[in-house]
Write a protein that binds this ligand. Structure first.
Ligand SMILES: [Cu+2]
Length: 297
């Protein structure tokens, strides 16, 4: 079992907070406290988070206070996962948590001291699917150059002016190796993504792909998707037609783009994707961490 602790320098955490765009909370620096967060597992599913609180001398605090954590996916506007713990043993909180999806997570730990002061810190985790969990090692987030590949999602509106349903069965692009159709499902305040076999655009209706709903997921990016750039996505209909669409890369959900393209009965508009970083893996900048080793630096 791999234990990972990827501590973000405060400035980088802020950069990521800005990049995440949907996050609203600012963080407070720990006041003379050292927080360390580890996870028993970094594959999708249940895990135990352990937060250790030490004083400025490195000694575990006997009565640190009350801990609450909030985990957010760094993409796709997912619903956060919350957990709380009131009791710490020898300065260590242990709480049950669930990685609801694979991808980049930011876990924000807020510690309310008995005095009422709040200390907070944000930690990054790269969560893998069960299938690739053994094949890939977690990577350091502290240097932007060695960030693991992120996922992106494409959103758009597809209007069907015809009187037959249209079914989009596949998508491909030079921008990413893996492209899937997903539907975000929220149950008991936990979000997950279900795979969709196809995107159905009923006759006379408009299908809206949007954050928190159906979307086209890009993984295994071949290059960084940078804000204000574009890339081409090809969708294929069950009847064989292909639609080559230019997709705008944008930092956050924007208003309507004036970009309607018509292919027969179908009109594609408001096509955008989230910026995301491709993996940059060279041996020099890919630190590996062994069990329990503190990866912060
Ligand atoms: Cu998805």
């Amino acid at each position: 079992m791999t234990i990972v602790n990827l501590r973000l320098p405060a400035f980088l955490a802020l950069v990521l907070l800005v990049a995440a765009a949907c996050r609203q909370q600012q963080q407070t620096a720990p006041a003379n406290l050292e927080l360390e967060l580890t996870a028993s597992d970094t594959v999708v599913g249940e895990t135990t988070l352990m937060l250790t609180v030490r004083d400025s001398d490195g000694k575990p605090l006997s009565n640190p206070g009350t801990l609450s954590v909030r985990g957010d996916m760094s993409h796709a506007g997912m619903v956060p996962v919350f957990a709380e713990a009131e009791d710490a043993t020898d300065g260590v909180f242990s709480l049950s948590f669930e990685w609801t999806m694979a991808g980049s997570w930011l876990v924000e730990a807020s510690l309310e001291r008995p005095s009422g002061d709040v200390a907070g810190e944000t930690f990054a985790f790269e969560i893998l699917t069960e299938a690739n969990g053994n094949a890939m090692a977690p990577m350091d987030h502290s240097g932007m150059d060695s960030a693991p590949g992120e996922a992106s999602a494409v959103y758009m509106r597809i209007k069907n002016r015809g009187d037959a349903d249209r079914v989009i069965v596949s998508a491909e692009s030079g921008a990413a190796e893996h492209i899937d159709f997903h539907q975000t499902v929220i149950e008991n305040d936990i979000a997950r993504m279900d795979a969709l076999e196809s995107l159905v655009v009923p006759a006379g209706e408009t299908l809206e792909l949007r954050p928190g709903g159906a979307h086209i997921m890009l993984a295994g990016l071949r290059e960084d998707l940078r804000s204000e750039d574009k890339f081409t996505l090809r969708l294929q209909c069950g009847t064989g037609e292909v639609y080559d669409l230019d997709i705008s890369i944008a930092d956050m959900q924007m208003g309507d783009l004036d970009d309607a393209i018509e292919f027969g009965d179908l009109v594609f508009s408001n096509r955008w994707a989230r910026p995301a970083r491709a993996a940059s893996m060279t041996h020099d900048d890919m630190p590996m961490y062994s069990e329990g080793k503190d990866a912060s630096g």
